[in-house]
Design a protein around this ligand. Structure first.
Ligand SMILES: [Zn+2]
Length: 239
């Protein structure tokens, strides 16, 4: 495996990284692919190399509300053998490195740097979930939309984000009409342009000014945990 882009794997010492990645298989992530079903046992862990995966909770009434967006900063499938709490579906296509979840647990028990990086990422996820709870209770929809777009962008390869407004409104838990109106207001301010199947971000600084503090607080939590920011792109250093 020549080039690795996943930040968690990049954090590993070269020797450990080689051992762990030797047990992984490359996986193509196509938009719409379901990587993990809510309620199924967690059998594999997928370290995201490129692309963006939405993790959402399916509610009894059929609604689906986003819990997190995962890209190169993280992985899908934590907790071997446990029941998955959320559904994981590819939003932007890319690739990942998959490993049997139980095998990952055994490797983490054997190699402390791997256990350490997984622990730090797990702690970040807890804080991200706490921040989301605060955000949903405290912040206006337009602020949350700007935050969502920035988080999506940080994990993508460029400024064009592919999604349907129906999907975004579901993920944010808002009415489709209010979502459309909010996207229109951001477009009127020149922060983005809408197109077929998504948006193209035009002014990141302007979007950051609209987004609530949760965007900054959650993204900064990664370096505070000793992990690279999600927006950092490129392959990890060879040594
Ligand atoms: Zn917020």
């Amino acid at each position: 495996m020549a080039e690795i882009r996943n930040h968690l794997l990049c954090e590993l010492p070269l020797a450990v990284r080689a051992i762990v990645t030797a047990e992984m298989t490359e996986l193509t992530l196509r938009p719409g692919d379901v990587l993990q079903r809510q309620g199924d046992p967690v059998l594999r862990s997928i370290f995201i190399e490129t692309g963006v995966v939405a993790q959402f909770r399916l509610l009894d009434d059929g609604a689906r509300v986003e819990a997190s967006l995962v890209g190169r900063e993280g992985l899908v499938g934590i907790g071997a053998g446990a029941t998955a709490f959320t559904e994981a579906q590819v939003q932007a296509g890319g690739s990942g490195l998959a490993i049997d979840a139980d095998r990952l647990r055994l490797l983490a028990a054997r190699y402390p740097p791997l256990a350490d990086v997984l622990t730090r990422y797990g702690a970040y996820l807890v804080d991200e979930a706490r921040m989301n709870a605060v955000c949903n209770a405290a912040h206006a929809m337009e602020q949350r939309l700007a935050k969502w777009l920035l988080r999506f962008h940080d994990r993508s390869e460029g400024p064009s984000l592919v999604f349907t407004q129906e999907f975004a409104s579901e993920m944010l838990g808002v009415q489709r009409t209010s979502l459309t109106a909010a996207i229109g207001r951001l477009a009127d301010q020149g922060l983005l342009v809408t197109g077929r199947g998504g948006v193209r971000l035009q002014n990141l600084a302007g979007l950051r000014a609209v987004a609530c503090e949760c965007y900054r607080n959650v993204e900064e939590r990664l370096p505070e945990m000793g992990l690279p920011e999600a927006a950092e792109r490129g392959a990890c250093p060879a040594a």
